[in-house]
Design a protein around this ligand. Sequence first.
Ligand SMILES: [Zn+2]
Length: 407
Amino acid sequence: MSYRCRICQSPVLPFMSFGRMPIANAFLRSKAEFETEYFYELKPALCPVCKCFQIVEIPRPEQMFHDHYAYFASTSAVMSRHFAAMAEDLKKRYMTGPDCFVTEIGSNDGITLQNFARDKTRHLGIEPSANVAEAARAKGVQTLNAFFGVETAKQIVAEHGNADLFIATNTMHHIEDINAVAAGVDILLKPTGVMIQEDPYLGDMVEDCAYDQVYAEHMYIWSITALNNAFGRHGLEVFHVEHNDHHGGCMRYHLGRKGQRPSSPELAAALAKEQQLGLDRAETYVRFKQRCEESRDRLMSLIDGYKKQGKRVAGYGATAKSATVINWCGITPGHLDWIQDSTPAKQNTFAPGSHIPVVAPEHFRANPPDAAVLFAWNHFKEIDAKEVAWRKAGGKWIMPVRKVEVV
Ligand SMILES: [Zn+2]
């Protein structure tokens, strides 16, 4: 099987396989669904030419984004505050002219645009999921229920004019045709317009060996180098970056038309760090594969250690990224009795691939395990504070990726 880079069409070779994977958010409602469960092979590659980190085989979109997959971003208070702060910063930086117009792809339930709608700034969200788009409109956020590309961009320009700002947060890692989006951005933006992208950063994933960022819905993990190459094909370039710790490490990229804005010292420093990490070099990923194998062996030996002593181990947080850890490491219902999750839609289901039962938090309280694998490790501080009683009674966390350890 030969593969081509989805950005530049160069031949690419996967540097490893995480094996047979289910769709990360495809929780099974009954045992009858086990037999027809859908699997694909999770194989990442680095394009040797444009340096884009990508999954070479992806399930068809209808397998991934079905009706059950209704994620409402605003349910997270932390993320609501994060995007409110971002909106205020962007207003000051880029929305100072008269009658400014802001657009957002994958605008979800209006978590970001509501901060512009509130002070009557002209805005338009572009959201392909109908029920999520409806939730945004109910908040007074203008939303077009569509996929974004060249045609949608032309339609928006005809109806509203060119945009000062185009925002894409946690979106560009799951859009297959990046060239179509970039061509659309080129049409949509004013000559001085700016694009803001923010999503999990390849530098953090490689540095920390946080391989659970890799799953089908994250078909790309972006770096500055790769984004510059992808958008450079459409006349755009990164001129500034800001790093934050959400989701285990995100980068916010500021892009403008080539030569339009001076590049910042922060960009130069972050590019130097990318060089130092070797994000553009094949040998970095040979080593990454070895580190993933070591991480898996260490996690399984920690879980097995508890099981051999007859102790009870459970999972905490049936996150999308837990599917990669569970299925790559071979974690079964024999290892974890259940996984607790606070999302009602996931409760009383079976985790994809492993079929470990997913239960409500009350089950955790009623049947406290000796140790819990913290799949939602990026929320460690909040969760650890919430489970203080269990911790005082001797409960231990097993950290599944990055530094794999008992805490
Ligand atoms: Zn490429």
